[in-house]
Design a protein around this ligand. Sequence first.
Ligand code: FCB
Length: 453
Amino acid sequence: MSKLSFPNGFLWGTATASYQIEGAWQEDGKGESIWDRFAHTPGKILDGSTGDVACDHYHRWPEDVALMKSLGLQAYRFSIAWPRILPEGVGSVNQKGVDFYSRLVDALLEAGIVPFVTLYHWDLPQAIQDRGGWPTRFAAEAFVEYVDVITRALGDRVKHWITHNEPWCSSLLSHQIGEHAPGWKDWRAGLAAAHHILLSHGWAVPVIRRNSPNAEVGITLNFTVAVAAERTPENLNAVRLFDGYFNRWFVDPLYGRRYPADMVEAYQKAGILSPAGLDFVQDGDMDAIAAYTDFLGVNYYSRSVVKAGQGENAWPVEDAEHATLERTDMGWEVYPQGLYDLLCRLHFEYQPARIYITENGASYADGPGADGRVHDERRIRYLRSHFLAAYKAIAAGVPLAGYFVWSFMDNFEWAKGYTQRFGIVWVDYATQARIPKDSAYWFQQVIADNAVE
Ligand code: FCB
């Protein structure tokens, strides 16, 4: 088979997040985060585990950077733990926390790896939560203070900034569904949280530009591709609502379209928003949120098969019966066509200046065999099919500039604890040994060729 080449300069990397890999949860002056609190609350994490130690990356980062270099990775997306920088969320700065990331950035640059820094990947300082958290405007103001501190410190060397990772998760999954920290089940609070997260993004953009000249600034959203198995009018309406809830509520305001009117109406009809509507939105907020960005980060894993709920104004429900595609160990259907459709849709409907896939990958449990190697063929197949979808999207005109595999190594998978392994590098949690899986060597070849076979 012939090789399909990616454009010159296309960036290949992997991604991680602070709470999922660092450990050292109480070291060197770090403050408590909502994930420390949540994971220590019995019943919240599937296997009862925490991120207290995780991959011990806080101590093993030189070894991890060396491994990235040996695999030929060109870029590395990681996140900064806000409570390492400002243990109380605002106010006094913890220099040891700043130094940790500063050394990491230097080591990456030294290894020829481009750092992509996510400023918020869910570990809100508990002190901010104690003052109301994301459902309050105060959290957005505090975020800007934190961003100012850290971008002043790293802005000379870091030139790719992602304000937030997956606002749907840090707002609705966390405040409406309650599966992630802080574990609330209050839909209105979830929408208020979403607004303050988006607002904090918009406010942070000019601060980052000031502190980090010539940097690219963007935000990462997670998207799903909503589909109905049986295309009845009711089910197609459910698709519209689910897409509005998950995708459009976030991407529309970022691209100047404000909150989707059909969704405001649907939330009011369902009694989620009062007739007063979006009472947490103040004058000027929507313009701030629509600040120009240099790229959109896209996280894509799977699709959502939905159908209409029972009764008038009922919310869409998952249609498990018709979700029949092959699944990863996370239970997510493998649907590479969705990545192609999504990238084309985002390009044609929103015209972001450029797009990076900031996360895509798969959880498969395969571990070391008798030969000591990890033969994770299914992960190679998953990645290959999604790389091909990205290739097709580029051919269709999508300005895709890079691709980050989730994840560099196995890690703490939030509410699922250590039961899921997304890494292209195996982590033996007893010894902290790292073993590159076959997918890592396969990816190494893709990068070297800048092509997929
Ligand atoms: C995304 C998160 C990331 C990881 C993957 C599997 O939602 O951003 O931290 O947990 O899912």
